[in-house]
Write a protein that binds this ligand. Sequence first.
Ligand code: UD1
Length: 420
Amino acid sequence: MSILRITGGKRLSGEIHIHGAKNSVLPIMAASLLSSGETIIHNCPSLSDVDAAMKILRHLGCVAEKKDDTVYINSSTMTNCQIPDGLMREMRSSVIFLGAILARAGRAVLSMPGGCELGPRPIDLHIAAMRSMGAEIEEHGGNLICSASGLRGCRIDLTLPSVGATENSMIAAAGCQGTTVITNAAREPEIRDLQDYLRELGVPVSGAGTSIITVEGIDLSKSVKRVEHRIIPDRIVAATFLSAAAASMGKVDILGIIPEDISSILNVFTDMGCSLNVGKDWVTIDAQGGFRAPKPVVTRPYPGFPTDAQPPLMAACLKADGTTVLVETIFENRYRHVPELRRMGADIRIDGRVAMVSGVNKLHGALVAATDLRGGAALAVAALAADGTTEISELKHIDRGYDGLVESLRALNADAERID
Ligand code: UD1
């Protein structure tokens, strides 16, 4: 069992370069199935979710290799259209492969992704979108059996702006006949990154970043293009380091980011009284003078405050001056890390979707366990602000989304080590 041991009390200082976005890489890896060509993805983080996506591609018969931060995919050899249960469970967002396999092979068999640590994570919108493009989908013994003799473009009205359903629809639409218009689409920056990749494949797509996305499907089956794509920086990792810098009352340069993509996050830290200096692709946060509780923070689809940034922010607010009100509107069970934070002396009350975080003078180190990816990151942030040593177990959750977390923390002067 691996643990992350952090002894708090050191102010973070120095600079951190933010790695590529997990939530961009995964749909783009799935979309690489659309053509029979090669895809080279740069700025790809080393994460267990990326490893799982590579395993899925290999299981489908493709070549998928990673060297440093570059992934090479050759999907000309795809032979299989089924993802077994074990691989589906390894990566919760593996349903993102549905649209790509269906568009490429006309058939897809996936096991139903069960519930997850954030509460039930339905895929009804993904299924409805594929059906409206002409797919027939049945459920047998926990498997989704999907077939389509030829997907066709259509209008997809999403009842809520699901990130995954928007991406699955875009990917399937790229490989089908005719024009698809997706309304109430998610507007996250990762959707824009997927649009850029699809355009590099030659697919006319427009509207990413707005609520209406139009995709002109093209016949990619004979496309043997070689596409190179660079992944955008990870907004949530940036939010985590902003939280860590604040929690430790430090001063950190966060480099390689797209500041406009994190403006809702930057606004909260400004509201907390942290001093922010924002450049073209960097931000410096200075929290050496302490910070106060921000105005209530409500998680919303982009451009609102991201649900994934809420747990690390909560951890930073544990030692804020005053009480922070957080309202989680995207996922149930997004407060599973709260009992762990309480073991460290946090004063948090939960009432349904609302968390009230009262700042305390002292947090103390404790033995805690990561409950999910961002909840695990929150424990690391809190540990930086605590007196004494915290040991975090269940690192498999954190490894899904943070590449080299310990090395980055150490480079920022934190007393952190990983014990495998
Ligand atoms: C993506 C991100 C995840 C982030 C989330 C919200 C990836 C790999 N993951 O997840 O990190 O937390 O966006 O920003 O990009 N819903 C339905 N039916 C569906 C699909 C979703 O009801 O078919 C609901 C979900 O239960 C949730 C809400 O829609 O309440 C948003 O989910 P969605 O945007 O789909 O999140 P993911 O794409 O799974």
